[in-house]
Ligand binder design. Structure first.
Ligand code: DGL
Length: 264
């Protein structure tokens, strides 16, 4: 039993798609979520910068006595997971390994598409992780930074968003993929748009779902789940504008939340 909180970070709203999975699977857990909107988009920053943003958030959350650090951001997982896993005194969960495992297990024709930020695509991390799991799988990666802006500005579900997603995903025409990894935690918010843009045969993989299961697995195996009888807490912070964060977060989470500003 461990009643400390789980720390979850992203550059912004996207990480809430991972948090949603964690709280769905483990409703008794307390959490602290940090969206680093001051530094968004991570996908257009250098690896070193993203690594230092993630480290700063981890250091802050450690002071808040977290029992686990979840990097609910693909770009930050690519830049900082290995480093933080070694450095932090608490377990670190990223989103890339679980997402890759899930994609390799569902593909039938061994052709997987990846949509992510430019930072994640340029790191080739999905390509490498997928081929480490199964060298016979071919991947096709596409950077879609515009999708992050659509989500952050609360434009998911609009005509503009359907058009943008459909235009970008034309890249996959003729590539014969049967699986598509949503390699940015913002992208599950655009699921309707993405389904409409790709063929019905394409299975979408949201790495947040398997990352949530990995969190549960780890806490269960290490006897670190929170006691159901403890009073649970959930705190949301943004390093950016609080009212903008809350407006979009309410949409994504489907409930009203309260958030505070965090100066890091
Ligand atoms: N949500 C982030 C990811 O999963 C990145 C978005 C961004 O800040 O560019 O990669």
């Amino acid at each position: 039993m461990d009643n400390r909180t789980i720390g979850v970070m992203d550059s912004g709203i996207g990480g809430l798609t991972v948090l949603k999975q964690i709280t769905r699977l483990m409703p008794d857990e307390s959490f602290i979520f940090v969206g680093d909107q001051k530094n968004l988009p991570y996908g257009e920053k250098s690896t070193e910068e993203v690594k230092s943003f993630a480290e700063r958030i981890a250091d802050y959350l450690l002071k808040r006595n977290i029992k686990m650090f979840v990097i609910a951001c693909n770009t930050a997982t690519a830049a900082a997971y290995e480093y933080l896993k070694e450095k932090l005194p608490v377990p670190v969960i990223g989103v890339i390994q679980p997402g890759s495992e899930e994609a390799v297990s569902v593909t039938k024709n061994n052709r997987i598409g990846i949509i992510a930020t430019n930072g994640t695509i340029k790191s080739h991390i999905y390509e490498k992780t997928v081929s480490r799991i199964d060298p016979g799988v071919k991947t096709f990666g596409l950077g879609c930074p515009e999708f992050v802006s659509l989500v952050e500005s609360g434009q998911a579900g609009t005509t503009k968003s359907f058009k943008e997603v459909s235009d970008q995903l034309k890249f996959f025409a003729g590539k014969d993929i049967d699986t598509l990894i949503l390699g940015c935690t913002h992208f599950p918010v655009l699921t309707k748009e993405i389904i409409k843009a790709v063929s019905d045969d394409v299975r979408l993989v949201d790495p947040g779902v398997s990352a949530g299961m990995q969190v549960q697995d780890y806490l269960t195996k290490h006897d670190m789940l929170a006691s159901p009888s403890q009073a649970k807490t959930g705190n949301f912070y943004t390093t950016g504008n609080v009212s903008k964060f809350v407006e979009v977060a309410n949409e994504v989470l489907g409930k009203k939340i309260v958030a505070e500003h965090l100066d890091l």
